[in-house]
Design a protein around this ligand. Structure first.
Ligand SMILES: [Cu+2]
Length: 64
């Protein structure tokens, strides 16, 4: 199934203004104080990294 994630940006550092999912060639601007949905296509089980533009803030999306 396609994936929909919601990001809520809770601070104003420029670092957190964009989230990047390199495996999906997808990124989104995150307005401060707002919830931003991000749609990703259906994909194989595995772990997919996401991060800010400078790769300082990071996370992992686990697909089972
Ligand atoms: Cu950053």
């Amino acid at each position: 199934m396609p994936i929909r994630l919601f990001f809520r940006r809770e601070e104003s550092s420029a670092c957190s203004e964009r989230v990047v999912f390199p495996d999906f060639h997808k990124s989104a601007l995150l307005p401060e104080g707002a919830v931003t949905p991000i749609e990703l296509p259906a994909t194989k089980p595995g772990e997919y990294q996401f991060h800010c533009q400078m790769v300082m803030l990071r996370g992992t999306l686990v697909v089972r």
